[in-house]
Design a protein around this ligand. Structure first.
Ligand code: NAI
Length: 390
């Protein structure tokens, strides 16, 4: 039995799902060419990805290709209850509620593992981690899984330092058809879209500080510059810092950038990128948000400790009044990834290629069941080329 907010929201959710079909031509093509073969027949697939319309499309594709699908989100603020309702009405078991507590989220992760899935899709590593934390006698053999994002890959690599993985995992993030489009252009467009509609402020003429010049950071910087902002990059990797400099951006430390920025966007995958020292230097009205996977990049505990008052300003905007100066710092979407927690996520065309890699990654695992080493595997170049060609 699905656990969702309200089944009566399904019609609105269904319209959102119907809309993305038109822009997800690669998934439509895979459905067309694979449906007769029913490659996932008899298999159970668990998913933990942002519960919104593009993910629903992926879940429905896997179901059409024969799988029994169990789905949860990977961040409770990115869950769209109407989409969850529509998906639950379409024969997928869904465990996701917008704004669920950490305890409920942990229960939802457990629920999608209850049917002992053969395969899974993870986004950020929480599902993998939940499996690893099961008691030995609660575990079952898994054919393998696919990991969607940079932070999940970082966690898997960390796990591998202490020994083999419990089963093979496919590094979807590092496929060209994923990170070159999704992380750069998907995050670039959707982060700006979320900031613009959440704040209703001008971007042109503003100073925007982007922390991290990796794939996501460079996409955000490129689009912010295109919108007429002055863009400053902070970056701890000197090679990427030079790339940013050669691209024409100002590059400096966060301490130097703190007094200058109107908007601050973190996209590093690391914690404590913006802390006490920086908050104290910021202008009143500075607006901060995060596009990295976890809400650890802006230290909100530090900010709360500095504040005399924390108050709602607008939907998804919280004001923190710094006690010492009376300045107000605005935080979007509680520091959770802004493009999904306060927006619609990446455009459908972008998720089309990412999710095609996910689908073909699962098929690759199935075709090689029992033959792959229990470690992190790259997506074969032939899959990348096939998706790009499609
Ligand atoms: P990446 O590894 O390509 O880039 C991260 C960059 O941040 C690196 O260049 C690193 O040197 C830099 N960095 C690390 N700590 C820093 C610090 N304290 N200050 C300044 N720079 C720092 O990673 P990618 O692919 O750009 O992903 C970044 C994060 O965004 C990850 O958490 C990833 O999971 C997430 N992500 C979010 C998406 C979204 O929809 N919002 C989409 C794709 C990825």
């Amino acid at each position: 039995m699905s656990i969702i907010k309200d089944i009566s929201l399904r019609h609105r959710g269904q319209r959102k799902i119907d809309w993305v079909y038109d822009s997800m031509g690669v998934l439509n093509e895979l459905e067309h060419s694979l449906e007769c073969a029913q490659p996932f027949q008899g298999k159970t697939i668990a998913m933990s990805i942002h519960m919104e319309a593009k993910t629903a499309r992926l879940a429905l594709l896997l179901k059409t290709l024969g799988a029994t699908v169990y789905a949860t989100g990977c961040n409770t603020l990115s869950t769209q209850d109407d989409v969850a309702a529509a998906l639950a009405s379409s024969g997928v078991e869904v465990f996701a509620i917008h704004g669920a507590s950490s305890k409920e989220y942990a229960e939802h992760l457990r629920k999608v593992l209850d049917p002992h899935p053969d395969l899974f899709i993870d986004d950020g590593g929480d599902l993998f981690n939940t499996y690893c934390n099961l008691r030995k006698d609660e575990k079952w053999p898994i054919i393998g899984g696919c990991e969607e994002t940079t932070t999940g890959i970082t966690r898997l690599k960390q796990y591998e330092k202490h020994g083999p993985l419990p089963f093979p995992m496919i590094n979807v993030n590092d496929a060209d058809c994923k990170h070159l489009y999704d992380n750069v252009y998907g995050t670039g467009q959707s982060t700006i879209d979320a900031i613009m509609h959440t704040t209703n402020n001008t971007i042109a003429s503003k100073t925007v500080v982007v922390a991290g010049y990796g794939f996501c950071g460079r996409g955000i910087a490129k689009r912010m510059r295109g919108m007429g902002a002055r863009v400053i990059i902070t970056e701890i990797n000197p090679i990427k810092a030079i790339e940013a400099k050669l691209e024409g951006y100002e590059v400096m430390t966060m301490l130097e950038a703190a007094p200058l920025g109107d908007f601050f966007i973190t996209a590093t995958g690391c914690k404590d990128v913006i802390t006490n020292d920086h908050f104290l230097l910021m202008k009143s009205g500075a607006t901060l948000c995060n596009s990295g996977h976890f809400d650890v990049e802006i230290n909100l505990k530090d900010l709360a400790a500095l504040s005399s008052d924390i108050f709602p300003r607008r939907h998804n905007i919280t004001g923190y009044r710094i006690a010492a100066s009376g300045r107000v710092i605005n935080i979007l979407a509680e520091g959770k990834l802004v493009n999904l927690a306060a927006g619609n996520g990446h455009p459908a065309e972008i998720m089309d290629t990412s999710f095609a890699i996910q689908t073909l990654g699962l098929l690759y695992l199935l075709d090689h069941a029992g033959k792959l080493e229990p470690k992190l595997h790259s997506v074969p170049a032939s899959i990348d080329e096939m998706v790009a060609n499609l």
